[in-house]
Design a binder for this molecule. Sequence first.
Ligand code: NAD
Length: 254
Amino acid sequence: MRLANKIILITGSGSGIGKSSALLFAREGATVIVNDLDEAKGLETVNDIHASGGKGHFIHADVTNPESVLQMVNQIIEKYGQIDVLFNNAGISGVGALHEIEPDAWDRVIQVNIRGVYLPSKYVVPHMMERKSGNIINMSSCVAEIGLARRASYSATKGAVLALTKSMQVDYAEYNIRVNALLPGTILTPFVENFLKTSYDDPATALASIKKRQLSEELGSPEDVAQAALFLASDESKFMMGSPLYIDGGATFG
Ligand code: NAD
């Protein structure tokens, strides 16, 4: 068991990569705190964890809302006494070249994808500092490093998350807190299916052109990213600090 006795909070784990990670982490012995804005999906993740004999607990919270996040963190500390790993996974898509994006839509992507990393970290870090032990995984994306068409707001947020990861690492290294980032390529989840459907007249051609950017002929799966997250969450990655970890079929490299 690679995560035995660890208490792990995963934001946005009612779906996609977060859900796969929650199931995998629970199989590896962690107690997983499943957070999501969507209560039905979050509860489904926890039911699936319980069905396979794991330990999970759902907490409804909006990662953009300070009161909601603080309440969630306090609830976890009260019940479990600690948070060993915080996986800032929740995120939403943003579509359009910069001039096509309305200010409200721009702000929403910034709110969820950046404030949604800032707030859980802000309230979890003091507990980790006190224990002189902690591990934070931030969800960035390969769009932090490569330009993809019509992803202006989304790319801006994921670049910010990568920069924030490095800044956090420098600030908290002395407290024995590691902070690393995941940079997935295109992973088939409801998020991407929805993005393709709503952004392109011909989603199949769009998908083919996304595949062309990769070296791999296959698209990534949520399980591929969950395996990388498991490595970062485990002590096996103890020498990784402030690092980007690519899970992108060579999209960044190619
Ligand atoms: P998904 O839509 O399947 O899951 C995201 C989950 O986050 C959903 O369950 C949603 O309800 C939840 N969420 C959204 N806003 C929230 C909020 N304010 N508070 C709490 N929960 C909230 O998406 P996914 O593809 O699994 O993406 C997960 C993360 O991975 C995102 O940060 C995304 O940007 C990133 N990512 C995804 C891909 C990809 O190709 N799928 C690639 C790179 C990075």
